[in-house]
Ligand binder design. Structure first.
Ligand code: 15L
Length: 271
């Protein structure tokens, strides 16, 4: 009998789902779920069509699962009518189904947009106040709060990863990415560390590579042993030669153009 952990990945058909599927294949038993097609099952993979809006279906697919990597949901700014069922109710369903089924750990794909309205002069650690830059960012703050609640109240081990910019192709694409980029292999390493660490209660970590221009401090999660190997700086010259200047609001804040969309605030008041 295998002693490999069984991991359920929600939203497994997305970009990060595909990266983790390839990267964790062989070391973990993967139960992959999505509403979108997942292709053919490889050995040690189970494929399921599950909608996170359906808590009963989620509960059923958690049988025998040790940990969940929760990626499903809306991954950018969208109308509240999409954010609410997917990122608020769907996220609740995942944590609640995990509790009901005795799942030990949930790794939640949060986002840098939970802290997007901090100014870029500021280096941020995991304890900084949240400052969401979009409804999407608000939903990620909600997911982090849910994680904290399920850890404290029910003893579920929870990691919230404030992911920066993970792209296909696997390289930064503009000047902001020189601090926000995370490569595919660093993404796999970070999630692997979160899955395999024997014990933690609750943590927040930034999903970012070892970027020379990085602005996010992961020292609170150092115990995980995450040692990113890639650095966006390798692409800096190329990017700076081709990039267009960001709009003035985007340039000020960590969240970039998520901050400038619909912006009707007053700059001096956003310290
Ligand atoms: C995110 O949270 C999004 O999912 C992704 O599409 C990118 O926009 C990324 O943040 C980013 O900030 O670059």
């Amino acid at each position: 009998m295998s002693n490999r952990q069984r991991v359920l990945i929600t939203g497994a058909a997305g970009l990060i789902g595909g990266i983790l599927r390839r990267g964790l294949r062989g070391s973990h038993l993967l139960r992959l779920c999505d509403v979108a097609p997942l292709g053919e099952a490889h050995p040690a993979e189970e494929l399921l069509r599950v909608d996170i809006r359906d808590i009963k279906a989620l509960e059923r697919c958690l049988d025998g699962v040790d940990s969940i990597v929760h990626l499903a949901g809306v991954s950018t700014e969208e109308p509240w009518e999409s954010i609410l069922p997917m990122n608020i109710e769907g996220c609740y369903n995942v944590f609640e189904a995990a509790r009901r089924q005795g799942v030990k750990r949930v790794i939640f794909a949060s986002s840098n947009h939970a802290i997007g309205f901090h100014r870029r002069e500021r280096h941020l650690d995991a304890r900084v106040d949240t400052r969401p830059d979009t409804r999407y960012g608000v939903s990620k703050v909600f997911g982090e709060a849910l994680g904290r609640f399920y850890a404290d109240k029910f003893g579920v081990s929870v990691a919230c990863l404030r992911i920066g910019t993970c792209r296909e192709p696997d390289r930064p694409g503009d000047a902001r990415h020189l601090h926000t980029w995370i490569s595919h292999r660093d993404t796999v390493q970070l999630v692997r560390r979160c899955l395999d660490h024997p014990h933690y209660h609750f943590l927040i970590a930034y999903g970012v590579s070892n970027n020379t221009r990085g602005l996010w401090d992961n020292s609170a999660a150092q115990f995980l042993g995450y040692l990113p190997v890639d650095n966006a700086e390798a692409y800096a010259e190329e990017i700076q030669g081709s990039a267009r200047a960001p709009d003035p609001i985007s340039a000020l804040f960590h969240g970039g153009d998520f901050c400038s969309q619909e912006f009707a605030g007053r700059l001096p008041e956003i310290d």
